[in-house]
Design a protein around this ligand. Structure first.
Ligand code: SF4
Length: 388
């Protein structure tokens, strides 16, 4: 059989390099059908030895996770990287904001590499620095900015974390959002929560007992966020209009349909899901919480899980004694996470073997300094350093 060498990324091959961020690739990717990809990845990793440390986010494909030295959520992985100073190269199999966080927490000598620069995060991209600065100016004009503490989810770009650092704010993860919000309400009377409205709303209402009608949504595409001066004055939580394109898909009617089909099923969801879905769930928590819950569940129990499909599939494969189903009728992978595939991984590793350091993610010194301020405020909160 003859094979035809088709470009994998036609948009990036001289057609319109600006049409899609990050698709240019300074070298030839191996074809996805190359039967030697696994062997090439193994050989390159072995040749690099301790110089390379491969991080694999829970939502990565199996073919990539196989080569990860550690797996975890974004915050755990960034800290794992910081604990390996002997690794000159950190290959981050995840998305862009995660590689930025790893760069912030690792030493300047360590290079953080993202195998495909197009692996972004739609949620992080929903809060751009210019939009957030404009919103802050509007809060100042409304005379309330001095009461507002900005809090950003780990899933945000480094410049948004730095914005929070500069304005007395903080970073949170999905595990410690309650503690972080409690701290924020000791500093001010209102919170601007970025960029995930669902995590902000679920934590404020279900864990802090803030009334739903005191949560308003700031839409950066509307004048004054789409809010009146009175709505802003009355609000306790100002939620940025952002969401995860994966977790935002789960719907309350799917929960009802599954409960009708499998009567004793337990519904376990991530707090990035819509409030209406979380209200119907039995348990809600971070990816690490979801993993721990399934690991400790009794044999024969049944679970519907609302998080990224790669993780749900791996949990189902690892626990054949439990019934595990996906909380959606349709296949729902994170498309940007899935951009890290074996061809990109092999290309990144082989480039390193050949003395070329590709796709380095580097946060500038000023942004890094202020982002670290916001991260360190979170780390100083007692017992709450863990997990997104
Ligand atoms: S799963 Fe959602 S939050 Fe995570 S990287 Fe994908 S789009 Fe972003």
């Amino acid at each position: 059989m003859t094979t035809v060498d088709l470009p994998l990324l036609p948009l990036g091959r001289g057609i319109d390099l600006d049409s899609e961020r990050g698709v240019e690739c300074p070298g030839d990717l191996p074809p996805a059908s190359d039967p030697t990809l696994v062997e090439r990845a193994r050989a390159a990793k072995e040749a690099l030895g301790d110089k390379v440390f491969v991080l694999g986010h829970h939502y990565q494909r199996d073919e990539v996770i196989e080569f990860a030295d550690v797996t975890g959520d974004s915050f755990k992985l960034a800290r794992d990287a910081a604990a390996r100073p002997e690794a000159a190269y950190i290959v981050f199999c995840g998305v862009h904001f995660m590689a930025e966080s790893a760069d912030i927490l690792t030493s300047p000598e360590q290079k953080v590499i993202l195998p495909d620069l197009a692996a972004g995060c739609s949620m992080a991209d929903m809060a751009r620095l210019g939009q957030v600065e404009a919103a802050w100016s509007a809060l100042e004009a409304a005379g309330i900015a001095d009461q507002v503490v900005p809090v950003t989810y780990m899933n945000s770009s480094a410049d948004i974390k730095a914005f929070c650092g500069r304005h007395g704010g903080v970073v949170c993860t999905s595990s410690n959002a309650q503690t972080v919000l409690e701290w924020a309400f000791e500093q001010g009377t209102k919170v601007l929560f970025l960029p995930d409205q669902h995590l902000g709303r679920n934590t404020a209402v279900l864990q802090l007992g803030i009334p739903l009608d005191e949560c308003v949504v700031w839409d950066p595409r509307q004048p004054n966020g789409g809010l009146t001066a009175e709505e802003l004055t009355d609000a306790t939580m100002i939620l940025w209009k952002g969401h995860c394109s994966v977790h935002g898909r789960f719907s309350p009617d799917t929960v009802d349909a599954l409960r009708a089909t499998i009567p004793d099923i337990q519904v376990l969801v991530h707090p990035e899901c819509q409030h209406e879905v979380v209200l119907k769930a039995d348990l809600v928590g971070s990816t690490e919480f979801i993993i721990r819950t399934i690991e400790s569940a009794p044999a024969g129990s049944a679970w519907a899980i609302g998080t990224e499909l790669n993780l749900v599939k791996r949990l189902a494969a690892a626990h054949p004694d439990k019934r595990i189903v996906f909380l959606d009728r349709n296949v729902c992978y994170c498309s940007t996470m899935n951009r890290i595939d074996l061809p990109h991984f092999v290309w990144a590793l082989e480039s390193l073997v050949n003395g070329v350091v590709p796709n380095v993610i580097e946060v500038d010194a000023d942004t890094e300094h202020h982002a670290k301020v916001a991260l360190e405020r979170m780390l100083e909160l007692p017992g709450k350093s863990e997990r997104d």
